[in-house]
Design a protein around this ligand. Sequence first.
Ligand SMILES: Nc1ncnc2c1ncn2[C@@H]1O[C@H](COP(=O)(O)OP(=O)(O)OP(=O)(O)O)[C@@H](O)[C@H]1O
Ligand SMILES: [Mg+2]
Length: 530
Amino acid sequence: MIILENISKRVGARTLFDDVNASFSPGKRYGLTGPNGAGKSTLMKIMMGVEPPTSGKVILPKKVGFLRQNIEDFGDIKVLDTVIMGNDRLWKALEERDHLYEGEMTDEVGMRLGDLEEIVADEDGYSAESNAEALLVGMGIEADLHEKKMRELPTDLQFRSLIAQALFGEPEALLLDEPTNHLDLESIGWLESFLHDYSGTLIVISHDRHFLNAVTNHTADIDYETIITYPGNYDQMLVTKSSVRKRAEEENKAKAKKVANLKEFISKFSAGTRASQVKSRVRELNRLKPSDLKESNIDRPYIRFYPPEKSSGQICIKAEGISKAFGENQVIDKFYLQVHRGDKIGIIGNNGQGKTTLLRMLAGVLEHDRGKIELGHNVDLGYFPQNHSDVIDKSQQIEAFDWLRTQKQGVFDQDIRSVLGKMLFGGDDAFKQVSHLSGGETARLLLARMMLFNYNTIILDEPNNHLDLESVSALSWALTEFKGTVLFATHDRDLLSEVATRIVAFDEGKIRIFNGGFDEYMADVHKTQV
Ligand SMILES: Nc1ncnc2c1ncn2[C@@H]1O[C@H](COP(=O)(O)OP(=O)(O)OP(=O)(O)O)[C@@H](O)[C@H]1O
Ligand SMILES: [Mg+2]
């Protein structure tokens, strides 16, 4: 059981939560939802004890597994050990035990070793390695990588190791902040079924609606400056939430009407003869204060990539037999692609197959080994990387507004304000420190940057990661309407089926180019499988 008692949290001038009480019971699987910047990650950090609430307290079970975000701290640690570290009590006992065995054996040391062995047995320490291995394999990390150091793995596999760490040691509660961001569909499927069978208290944050619906059976929604828990998964929550809200609004409307009638009566007759009737109506009026309904915090950004000043030539990008290897791993081998003006190319495939590598080469930020990449006439190319920190250094002390101004020479302040406003950084929010921005807010700032330029060709690598559903659908609209050329990698099926006019599919070492939309592609794959 996780209990929040009178939790309040203020950040800067803003109140994220005001006196929240909530409890989360074992056996129930909660989605923690709310738009970007609502305070989901902050609340989870409060629960994990890494950030203090302004007031209030949290009661947690003894063993809580959580998904760490500080990947760089594990660089020198072996992958298998990283997973076992998920059980803190066991890990500490193992470390102390190994240390004691190396030193001199005294009676005292012997006694202590006895205690430690007891803890190890108690925490199922003798099966620790095989349990950790099973979790890693489930996350798609094969045995030959388990003895490697974390930093030797590609970033997405490091993230997956941290998921295995969170799940390790049968925690009584699991707290996961956006676990699917770096996962492909296969690993998402594995995680879905693992979590679905989990019997402790699960709280998971995700903007992946399909994932939430598959995993959760309760939804704690952050809105109206508080948290309301609804039974049901994400889709069921939306239905309940809107009907509750509608009822409240209707009640308020009816009350407001009655109030108006009463006021009219009172002002008409207050000076006259019907004093007692007026008095009773005044009493009624006082009882009828409409409950003040807080505004919802759900808001949709307005994303638009402006029509390019000059359009590109008929052929935008030409890749002729390009290859790329990392060490012995031949990621891309003699790949040919002609990107035509107006193409909206969706790039799909499991992680680690080379989507990002291909996009980085086409964007000109990564050298290719062999072959030729030619940009067409007048191509003005913008790139949105998978890893936000490639473009924005969030450890620096700078406000969003100033950061954006450094990105384009000679830009007017009002243009910056306008584009920030469209991306929901209105008013003082334009002056937030970039280091404070939530994941979704950072993604919106990078999109704002792209909107400042009149690119005619844009390359986006998993742009929907971190974005809430409103923002993803705004992005989908922007890409569909865009008059230029788009290449984008994503696992989001809705985005693919709405935007893509061609598909480049990575499938076990082969790259297939399909001249049609995503739905046609899926139908075709299905047909050839049958
Ligand atoms: N120290 C701070 N000072 C000012 N504002 C802050 C600070 N820390 C966080 N914020 C703001 O608090 C809000 C909540 O941030 P949080 O990271 O919890 O959002 P979130 O719901 O997890 O969003 P996302 O879906 O984008 O991950 C954001 O608007 C963020 O900019
Ligand atoms: Mg967050």
